[in-house]
Design a protein around this ligand. Structure first.
Ligand SMILES: [Zn+2]
Length: 67
């Protein structure tokens, strides 16, 4: 079962692909846009970004379970 999820980059509105398990274990993930250096993780100042991403995960999981 995949734990990968996609969130919207807070800097450029592009995609950031993140692995939920890795995120929770301290990994960080970079924006897929070549010219954008944004990254999200739970261990740096972008915590709030990851935190709101987790809210999105909950919505995605709920939707997945319903379908
Ligand atoms: Zn970006």
């Amino acid at each position: 079962m995949s734990t990968y999820n996609e969130i919207q980059c807070p800097a450029c509105s592009g995609k950031i692909i993140i692995d939920t398990k890795l995120l929770l274990s301290g990994g960080n993930f970079s924006c897929t846009t070549m010219s954008c250096n944004a990254s999200v993780s739970l261990s740096n100042s972008s915590y709030h970004v990851a935190n709101s991403a987790m809210d999105e995960f909950d919505k995605i999981k709920t939707a997945a379970q319903l379908s």
